[in-house]
Design a protein around this ligand. Structure first.
Ligand code: PRP
Length: 211
């Protein structure tokens, strides 16, 4: 039997994902060691491999088949636009993709002004403004702490993830429009879905029972 390989997005999602797998009897002892510098973890008994990757790289590993299965946020799936199957909403990591800014920017959105939009998600922002709102905007790609942009005058609004809303609140910003709801998803390589249909199908149906 060949190994089934799982790519997990590093950070909050990975921990939750391993907890979920544990509930269906899939464990990985090696991964528990917090001091480890290892990148790949093996469960010999079940012939499974797990590795952690930066979230935007997970769809890349899955599309090319270096991982059969991936667990990653819907935000990353939409942004990366890779060819793969999204098979399951895991129900955790729930948050929203939103257009945010100071209250004063609300009018700029309503009047279709040519505004600047800072974001870590240029494809999602572009699709929203161009294809859904028919509003021409200038999109500025940033890599983090997106809330800074309207505060220091880099952009009028941002497109970013809102979970509790506390980052916005503490910085005097508001949700002005909602783009879409987000959560953790399971994705599968298109060839693996056919070749390993039995094993992957079983994992999906068992996960469905516990989520
Ligand atoms: C995310 C997001 C917001 C914040 C939202 O950032 O970009 O800044 O969390 O959460 P809240 O609504 O609960 O305050 P993250 O902490 O992942 O880091 P980043 O700013 O480097 O992207």
């Amino acid at each position: 039997m060949r190994y089934l390989t799982f790519a997990l997005a590093k950070g909050r999602l990975a921990k939750k994902s391993m907890e979920l797998f544990k509930q269906i009897g899939i464990t990985c002892e090696e991964m528990q060691d917090p001091a480890t510098r290892k990148l790949i973890f093996v469960n010999e008994e079940l012939k499974l491999k797990f590795f952690l990757a930066k979230a935007p790289d997970v769809p890349t590993y899955v599309e090319y088949g270096a991982a059969d299965v991936g667990i990653v946020g819907k935000d990353t799936i939409l942004e990366e636009g890779r060819r793969m199957y999204e098979v399951l909403d895991l129900g955790y990591g729930k948050c929203r993709m939103c257009v945010c800014g100071p209250e004063s920017a609300r009018g700029l959105l309503q009047h279709q002004e040519l505004i600047r939009v800072a974001t870590k998600y240029p494809h999602i922002a572009k699709d929203y403004f161009y294809n859904q709102k028919y509003q021409t905007v200038e999109i500025i790609k940033l890599n983090g702490s997106i809330e800074l942009a309207p505060i220091v005058g880099l952009s009028e609004v941002i497109v970013d993830i809102v979970e509790t809303g506390s980052t916005l609140k503490e910085n005097g910003l508001k949700v002005l429009e909602e783009v879409c709801p987000l959560s953790a998803r399971m994705v599968v390589n298109q060839v693996s879905m056919k070749m390993e249909n039995e094993r992957i199908g079983k994992i999906i149906s068992e996960l469905k029972k516990v989520i």
